[in-house]
Design a protein around this ligand. Structure first.
Ligand SMILES: Cc1cc2nc3c(=O)[nH]c(=O)nc-3n(C[C@H](O)[C@H](O)[C@H](O)COP(=O)(O)O)c2cc1C
Length: 497
């Protein structure tokens, strides 16, 4: 340490192993030994930079002050003594690994935004022009992709029953989500590290949502801090916040406390469908091959015997002990409405209502949680059948496979307050905030067209009006009514024995 208190590069270099891992980011020295195993992007990427300057790689994924907010005082070692920087340090800070083909994108050759005419086009453009690695992260779903597929195809199993000869010259798609006015009942579903999709990351999602009149739900694992994301919209513009409860509960309490200062944060969406990160094989295969390229000399690769398990380490910080008894604890730390994200049965929807939650999101994490869970619109239909009372007593949202304005109309006729849309918006970040706004406006145009063709003039007036729908085909996939279930049958039989 020099007389100024700054740390010379020679000292940083001494801490260059996974068990003693310092690195430099934007002129500051950090001890990441304890944090590395909990790093959502995997420990290997931090270990690769041990004893070196990691600013370039860090800034590709994260906002400048995220690391400052995340680490404790003891882990923040101080400023780097820049007078000690020499040629050897600078060349050690270059990314010496050969540029992996997985991380190369050709975003500058993407098709013009005006040629994208639906949400599928955004995903297709990203698959061709984003990096292989970012695309694998975005589209990946669990195991055999069953639920990913069901999310999409079950929307097609619901048909409309259009009414004709109605004056549809004036229509309204306006409504409110958790009291916040929106032009269409859509929010951008929370998605982690949006900087992987484009340099503006979540700031594009926030600003684009505000330009189009919809709401962005920021993720716990975002590239930016909540404060930076909130600055991307006008000060009173509504925002939602998605929460993963951290194993270190004080971290969760701290973020909830910080959000109290923002009246425009209209709800806390507590994600409950992912106590452990599932197997997302497209993602895992790339992580494995990248880890092989980036591993430190002498570090033994420890792929587990379950397939590889590396991507699953990304959710290490999520508290898998979370249960319904924690709702009062959350309540004590926030005054904002609580919305439970990841509801997949009528029984759990009722439980959320009983515990005073303001809303639920019917969601299976876009097919990224339990593979084999039903398509979400089927779950919404189950809720209509088995607990219709919840729709008037809390706000029911749905996400998973929503790609068309007509899907939004179906969701509202089933009783949903609004829908979340994920992957296409993450892909739209490749076009910055204009891309995000463009995607939202495409949905608005499709919704208006579907309403006119269906004879609906005011979305508010058809919420829960199933006369506009034919759900017969989807009903085949619903679980038996609670009055008769195998579980009940076994229960009754056992009590006789
Ligand atoms: C790239 C990506 C990252 C995600 N990250 C999160 C997250 O951090 N927290 C969360 O609650 N859900 C997360 N999700 C799930 C979404 O919020 C949402 O449930 C899902 O994407 C909806 O399905 P869709 O992509 O078919 O629209 C993520 C989804 C994707 C595609």
């Amino acid at each position: 340490m020099t007389s100024t208190g700054a740390i010379p590069v020679s000292v940083v270099k001494q801490h260059s192993t996974p068990s003693d891992c310092w690195l430099v980011v934007n002129g500051k020295v950090y001890d990441l030994t304890t944090f590395a195993p909990n790093h959502p992007g995997g420990a290997h990427i931090i270990h690769k930079w041990a004893g070196r300057d990691a600013s370039k790689t860090y800034n590709d994924f994260h906002a400048a002050d995220l690391i400052e907010n995340e680490l404790s005082l003891q882990e923040k070692k101080g400023a780097l003594d820049e007078s000690t920087i020499d040629k050897a340090w600078l060349s050690a800070s270059e990314d010496d690994a050969p540029k992996s083909p997985q991380t190369v994108s050709n975003m500058d050759q993407k098709p013009p935004l005006s040629t994208l005419i639906n949400l599928h086009d955004f995903e297709q453009a990203f698959s061709r022009h984003g990096s292989q690695k970012a695309w694998a992260y975005i589209w990946a779903a669990s195991n055999d992709l069953t639920s990913l597929h069901l999310n999409k195809t079950w929307w097609h199993k619901i048909l409309f029953r259009p009414r004709i000869m109605r004056d549809v010259s004036h229509i309204s798609t306006r409504t409110t989500l958790l009291g916040a006015p929106v032009t269409i009942p859509v929010f951008i579903a929370p998605m982690g590290i949006a900087k992987t999709a484009g340099p503006e990351g979540e700031l594009a999602l926030g600003a684009g949502a505000a330009a189009a009149g919809i709401i962005h739900c920021m993720a716990s694992t975002a590239s930016f801090s909540p404060e930076e994301m909130l600055a991307s919209v006008p000060p009173t513009y509504p925002y939602f916040f998605q929460l993963y409860v951290d194993r270190t509960r004080s971290k969760t309490e701290d973020v909830l406390r910080r959000l109290e200062a923002y009246p425009n944060v209209k709800g806390i969406f507590v994600t409950v469908d992912l106590p452990v990160v599932s197997k997302r094989e497209a993602d895992e295969r790339l992580v494995v091959s990248e880890r092989i390229q980036t591993s430190l000399e002498g570090e033994t690769l420890k792929a587990d015997k379950k397939g590889s398990g590396l991507a699953r380490t990304t959710g290490n910080f999520i508290d898998w002990r979370l249960d319904w008894r924690d709702i009062p604890w959350l309540r004590r730390h926030t005054t904002k409405p609580l919305i439970i994200k990841g509801i997949q049965s009528a029984a759990d929807a009722k439980k959320a209502l009983e515990l005073g939650c303001a809303g639920i999101v019917v969601s299976n994490h876009g097919g990224r949680a339990l593979d084999g869970s039903p398509g979400t619109v089927g779950i919404l239909l189950e809720l209509r059948r088995d607990c219709p009372e919840i729709f008037s007593r809390m706000e029911v949202f749905i996400d998973g496979g929503v790609r068309r304005g007509s899907d939004i109309l179906k969701a509202v006729c089933l009783g949903a307050r609004g829908v979340g849309v994920g992957r296409p918006f993450q892909c739209s970040v490749m076009y910055g905030r204009e891309g995000v706004e463009h995607a939202a406006l495409l949905l608005q145009d499709e919704l208006e067209t579907a309403m006119r063709l269906c004879g609906v003039t005011d979305l508010e007036k058809v919420r829960g009006d199933m006369r506009y729908l034919n759900t017969v085909e989807l009903e085949r996939y619903l679980p038996p009514k609670p009055s008769w279930t195998w579980a009940g049958w076994f229960g009754a039989r056992q009590s006789k024995l």
